[in-house]
Design a protein around this ligand. Structure first.
Ligand code: FVH
Length: 271
């Protein structure tokens, strides 16, 4: 199978490396020439040439606008081609892109990469796909060297939706740990020791509890004591201000405080 990779940014190049290492015939295209050097793949002179030479073409560009810009001039020539879009975007963008490009007879799958370039082709990496199951079955095995393929439904928006939601979880964690070390630093604490001896063990203890307890409900289970948590969160926000940390870095605490207050309000309203 010949696989086309369109987009040779950090992620696109990592995908090419994984496929070439697995012995695939890979043809690449990038808007700016020169990024194909040393990849061991064939180079196409245009996006159309790459797609026409490929059994399946993977787009890994910056954003939805760059995908539209790349495909719009050539879309009428793509009927019957199989295209997988791994470019990040919103669920609505994925659905609209799918409706538009399948209108030209393109067989289309949407995706979301749950990895960073240096974890591509490692055990933990996976890629979400959504769209027609038969198309996923066709590409899952050839694209597996990039990362474990995981189909999340026929709805073309679901891979993007799950991707955005999972990234929200990661950035929430990132905001929390970033704020934590800033707080310790501002007060002259030992950041290294704090990370190793306090933050790491604490996060490890709480991580499975957070994942198991994650819920779309607006009310917190009684045993988690929303009243107590609201008081604690306000103290954390006050402590942050007292330590001189910019208020903008406490957004994750404010979001949690809002959720606790909402839970208290709803629980009291139902009594
Ligand atoms: N890198 C990461 O950690 C994340 C992990 C999760 C998934 N994301 C998404 O993957 C897409 C590509 O990310 P990337 O890291 O490869 O991004 P860049 O290194 O910035 O490369 C961008 C490529 O997009 C091309 N490009 C930009 N604009 C256009 C356009 N208008 N027309 C055609 N191509 C365009 C750019 O080409 P050039 O600047 O070299 O000419 C690069 O090939 C992305 O959706 C992440 O959210 C990565």
């Amino acid at each position: 199978m010949t696989i086309g990779i369109l987009g040779l940014g950090a992620m696109g190049r990592a995908l090419v490396n994984a496929l070439v290492s697995a012995g695939h015939d890979v043809i690449v295209w990038n808007r700016t020439p020169g990024k194909d050097e040393g990849l061991g793949a064939r180079t196409a002179a245009s996006a159309l040439e790459a797609i026409e030479a490929s059994d399946v073409s993977v787009l890994c560009l910056l954003d939805d606008a760059s995908v539209r810009e790349t495909l719009a001039p050539i879309a009428p020539k793509l009927s019957g081609r199989l295209i997988v879009n791994l470019t990040s975007g919103s669920a609505q963008q994925a659905r609209e892109l799918g409706a538009w490009i399948t209108g030209y007879g393109v067989r289309f799958l949407a995706g979301g990469i749950m990895a960073v370039p240096f974890t591509i082709a490692t055990e933990g990496a996976f890629i979400l796909y959504s769209g027609p199951r038969e198309l996923f079955d066709e590409v899952a095995s050839p694209l597996a060297p990039m990362a474990r393929p995981q189909w999340v439904g026929e709805d073309l928006g679901f891979a993007a939706l799950y991707d955005m939601a999972a990234l929200s979880g990661m950035y929430g964690m990132s905001a929390g740990v970033g704020h934590a070390v800033r707080l310790v630093h501002e007060e002259g604490g030992d950041v290294e020791a704090f990370r190793r001896e306090v933050l790491g063990p604490w996060m490890e203890q709480m991580f499975p509890i957070q994942i198991d307890g994650a819920s779309p409900s607006e009310t917190v289970p009684e045993e988690y004591n929303a009243q107590m948590q609201a008081v604690g969160l306000q103290t954390m926000i006050d402590n942050s201000a007292e330590s001189g940390v910019p208020e903008a870095l406490t957004g994750h605490l404010s979001a949690n405080l809002w959720a606790m207050r909402r839970s208290i309000e709803l629980t009291e309203g139902s009594r």
